[in-house]
Ligand binder design. Structure first.
Ligand SMILES: N[C@@H](CCC(=O)N[C@@H](CS)C(=O)NCC(=O)O)C(=O)O
Length: 198
């Protein structure tokens, strides 16, 4: 397998983290996430969105979208429940991540920490407000739970861990979310865990 990757990307980290848990070998090809000038040339036939992560299997088939990739790779493993309702709950959190969490926390982190660009005060306020709302939703859910779905570690946790554990790089104060902090520590303790910069 070949992963078109970026070391700073939480979306790519979701794939690397699950592959590490599964002990599966793969090759990494790093793409620049700021200079996108070669995207069409490199990913044109592989991913309609021209983004990383993109995973190419040994038979030539390719898959884009971080959450679709880990949903596929987790099939038949302990990281994706068999029960149809629990599988839907996993998807619920993955859609939440892509619509209510990543567009705020990851984008603000990208601006401030990766691209080193300063958004306008209005853009900054909007990202902070919406990112905090996402962290508060996680906090409420995790106050009386160990993991997001089925009280065990699944790809729902991987999807939300990716950008939550680096939310401080976007200026979010995680100390204000104690249940989230405890959950982050539990995720980090899972066998085979690797850091984002491994
Ligand atoms: N929804 C996509 C988002 C992927 C995405 O935004 N990738 C970023 C890196 S985190 C990227 O490729 N950025 C450069 C670009 O937009 O071409 C996913 O979850 O995989």
């Amino acid at each position: 397998m070949l992963l078109y990757d970026s070391g700073v990307s939480g979306n790519c980290y979701k794939v690397r983290l699950l592959l590490a848990h599964l002990g599966r070998a793969y090759e990494r090809r790093e793409l620049d996430v700021v200079d996108r000038s070669n995207r069409a040339e490199v990913l044109g036939e592989l991913n309609p969105a021209l983004r990383v992560p993109t995973l190419v299997f040994d038979d030539g088939r390719a898959l884009g979208e971080s959450n679709a990739i880990i949903f596929y790779l987790a099939g038949g493993t302990p990281y994706l429940p068999e029960d149809p309702f629990e599988r839907a709950q996993v998807l619920q959190w993955q859609f939440f991540e892509q619509y209510s969490h990543e567009p705020h926390i990851a984008v603000l982190r990208f601006w401030l920490h990766v691209a080193k660009m300063m958004p306008s005060p209005d853009e900054l306020d909007a990202k902070r407000r919406d990112g905090e709302a996402a962290l508060m939703a996680l906090e409420r859910h995790l106050e009386d739970r160990r993991f997001l779905v089925a009280e065990r570690y699944t790809i729902a946790d991987i999807s939300l861990y990716a950008y939550t554990h680096v939310a401080d790089e976007a200026g979010f104060e995680l100390e204000r979310f104690p249940a989230v902090l405890s959950w982050l520590a539990r995720v980090k303790e899972q066998p085979g865990h690797v850091p984002i910069d491994a």
